[in-house]
Design a protein around this ligand. Structure first.
Ligand code: ZN
Length: 365
């Protein structure tokens, strides 16, 4: 990819991601069911990763290509400027990406040490006394750990699904323990650790993008809404679940980072409480066929948005040929396809401003 193609990518991709995130937030309001909204966020994070891959590996349409309006000297100046901007952006991105990776790796090491040094595996006798019944589905190879430290309950999954309960929680009454267990089990049952992982990859790659921070906060809250709803419904009443939520918040909200904590932020606890209260007021129970239709429609709309957005590219590539609406294939995928005997165009088509291609040789790619 030359500097102009990279400039086109780094200006268009954040816009594409922003539109996808806004669409998910909008569709979430239309659906208003936490379970579907969780699915929307998972599809959204996969779609964002797909957009990133497509941007660097596939050609795209140039719907608003008006680069030919620039004079050749203006285009040359623009290209030189783009080369410098790209160089600076690449350096800044690598620094930020490395920082995010090191921080995440450090957190995983701290968490692994926490599991091995400050937790113990729950004994069979303790597990037998947990207030779970035969209908509560437990994930395979579930590890139940008891922590000796004072923190909120949380779950995590890398190799094995893991639920960590602070020892002080085990002294609470069965209702509270059951609520917490059902909440954490629902996280594991609905693959929330996988969604959290996808969210982490998006966050690492697009660490600079406020839309990704916004998406992460919304997805986290949606996951909690869903698990709260399931745990509250399975318990006695929503009011008793609200008491559990308040009790956990009162004891402590801290928990190791990069995990699915029961309640980390005060503002999130307040919003979860409001959400549950709204469920009581609207007396929404079972998923109706109307809700299911809305869910399918929302997911279909999201796919459509992603498809359209993937072809939304800003007309900032000064080397773009005016003779075609399709960009050339990026060199790395074109070379791979050539190796397999598939011939694809990986160069700009000849046009009146083809002399600009000299810029490329001057710049040495
Ligand atoms: Zn949770």
């Amino acid at each position: 990819m030359n500097a102009s193609q990279l400039f086109e990518t780094v200006t268009s991709l954040p816009l594409q991601v922003l539109i996808v995130v806004i669409s998910i937030v909008f569709l979430s309001r239309f659906v208003d069911r936490a379970a579907t909204n969780c699915r929307l966020w998972t599809v959204g994070f996969v779609a964002i990763l797909g957009l990133i891959a497509a941007a660097f590996l596939l050609p795209h349409l140039r719907l608003f290509n008006d680069g030919s309006r620039l004079s050749e000297s203006a285009a040359r100046t623009m290209f030189a400027l783009q080369v410098w901007i790209i160089k600076a952006l690449v350096v800044v991105w690598i620094i930020g990406f490395t920082f995010v990776l090191i921080r995440r790796l450090g957190r995983i090491i701290v968490l692994t040490q926490f599991f091995s040094q400050r937790c113990r595996v729950m004994t069979d006798e303790e597990i037998a006394t947990l207030p779970l019944d035969g209908q509560d589905e437990l994930p395979k190879q579930l590890r139940l750990l008891v922590s000796l430290e004072k923190h909120g309950p949380f779950c995590w999954q890398l190799q094995h699904p893991t639920i960590v309960l602070p020892s002080c929680l085990l002294r609470e009454d069965d209702g509270v323990i059951r609520h917490v267990l059902l909440h954490e089990l629902e996280h594991l049952r609905t693959n929330h650790p996988l969604q959290h992982f996808l969210q982490g990859i998006c966050n690492a790659l697009l660490w600079f993008h406020p839309a990704i921070w916004w998406a992460a906060r919304n997805a986290e809250l949606t996951r909690e809404f869903h698990c709260d709803e399931v745990a509250a419904k399975a318990g006695t009443t929503i009011a008793s679940y609200l008491r559990t939520l308040a009790k956990i918040a009162e004891q402590t909200r801290c928990a190791p980072t990069c995990t699915l904590a029961f309640g980390r932020r005060k503002s999130a606890i307040i919003r979860r409480t409001e959400h549950l209260v709204s469920r009581i007021e609207s007396a929404r129970g079972q998923c109706s066929s109307r809700d299911q239709r809305r869910a399918s429609l929302a997911i279909g709309c999201l796919f459509l948005v992603v498809l359209v957005v993937s072809q939304l590219w800003l007309p900032v590539n000064v080397l773009a040929s005016s003779r075609t609406r399709l960009s050339p294939w990026p060199t790395w995928t074109a070379e791979m396809l050539h190796d397999f005997g598939v011939s694809v165009r990986d160069y700009e088509r000849f046009d009146a401003r083809h002399d600009l291609n000299e810029c490329l040789s001057d710049d040495g790619n």
